[in-house]
Design a protein around this ligand. Structure first.
Ligand SMILES: Cc1cc2nc3c(=O)[nH]c(=O)nc-3n(C[C@H](O)[C@H](O)[C@H](O)COP(=O)(O)O)c2cc1C
Length: 326
């Protein structure tokens, strides 16, 4: 029988399917259900930086407080109370689950998180995923200054903890290979490509703004597929694929271009976490049909540096291939 054991950031997983950070992993019971369904690991629902708002800590009114003093006050209170519940969730999950438990924090600055990272490590997390996203909405913000924030975050967190750290990125960067290698040089053990976000929308009856969100569809997997293929084996850290992966075939494709693991959410929301077993059976079936005994027999076989026609990963313009549509 083909073996699915997978290595990711130095962790050994029984298979490459990780349940992505989401409501599916928001409490110990749900994480246990993921383990029972066959998941290789879980990433806990993110702790969000914005929950460290002043109301959380009872600072009702910051007027009259010097801004710097206010910052310190907020930081002190945040450090004391912010991650406490989250750390006990990690601690309880680690007591119950046998599979790796990866914590996740959403960062928009390098300010508050390094000390939380230490607490997360102390609570027993096997690894930490940094879910970083910030929208550039000022003309003076350059691409490089924005990217520097990502590097500052990884550097600050890395200096505090020893467990593996992955950074989960959005898909819009001018030169991802450069940023990716910088992140790895500054301490990232893994990159998770790519996060998916809610989008702004308009309610035309109320003439008001709203936020919209839909589960992913299969066509969305081609963007992480391209970038994983382009980065695999070239930047010195492991890659996890996320967004749009719906079928066993999609997981196989991601492994073929060099992903170590996949992180799934939408398909498990749609079909239930029990669906993991079907995906694993189908991956094994395909491996048998190709005479592959383990994941390393085919992982990265079609990445950019190994494919016979790698230029296909670079091509994005409408040429002969799609001429039939024009
Ligand atoms: C309901 C829901 C909640 C999510 N919450 C988080 C989160 O807290 N942190 C995070 O990094 N990603 C979060 N995600 C993104 C997923 O982890 C995943 O990366 C993304 O949905 C792409 O995978 P998919 O195409 O399989 O859904 C969430 C996704 C969904 C559907």
């Amino acid at each position: 029988m083909p073996q699915l054991e997978s290595k990711y950031m130095g962790l050994t997983l029984r298979n490459p399917i990780i349940v992505a950070s989401s409501g599916l992993t928001k409490n110990v019971e749900k994480m246990q259900a993921c383990e029972d369904a066959g998941a290789g690991a879980v990433v806990i629902k993110s702790l969000f930086e914005e929950v460290l708002g002043q109301e959380e800590f009872g600072i009702q009114d910051s007027t009259g407080i010097h801004p710097e003093a206010y910052d310190y006050l907020r930081a002190d209170l945040a450090m004391e109370y912010g991650p406490r519940e989250y750390c006990s969730l990690i601690y309880e999950a680690k007591k119950k689950l046998k599979i790796p438990v990866i914590a996740s924090i959403n960062c928009v600055s390098a300010k508050w998180w390094p000390s939380f990272a230490s607490q997360i490590e102390a609570a027993g997390a096997d690894a930490l995923e940094l879910n970083v996203f910030t929208t550039a909405n000022e003309q003076y913000i350059t691409a490089s200054s924005l990217e520097q924030l990502y590097i500052d975050i990884i550097e600050a967190v890395r200096s505090k903890i020893k467990i593996p750290v992955a950074m989960k990125l959005g898909m819009y960067f001018t030169s991802l290979p450069n940023l990716a290698s910088q992140l790895c040089l500054h301490g990232a053990n893994g990159l998770v490509l790519f996060n998916r976000f809610t989008e702004p929308d308009i309610d035309i009856k109320k003439l008001a703004l709203k936020t919209t969100f839909q589960f992913s569809n299969r066509y969305e997997m081609h963007r992480p597929l391209r970038w994983i293929a382009l980065l695999a084996g070239r930047i010195g850290c492991d890659l996890a694929a996320t967004t749009g992966i719906q079928k066993a075939e999609d997981i196989i494709k991601m492994l073929l271009v060099g992903a170590s693991v996949v992180e799934l959410a939408s398909i498990l929301y749609k079909n239930g976490v029990e669906h993991i077993q079907t995906l694993l059976d189908e991956i094994r079936e395909w491996m048998s049909s190709q005479n592959f005994e383990n994941i390393d027999d085919f992982k990265g076989k079609l990445r950019f540096t190994k494919a016979t026609d790698p230029e296909l990963f670079l091509r994005a313009q409408f040429i002969e291939v799609i001429r039939g549509y024009e």
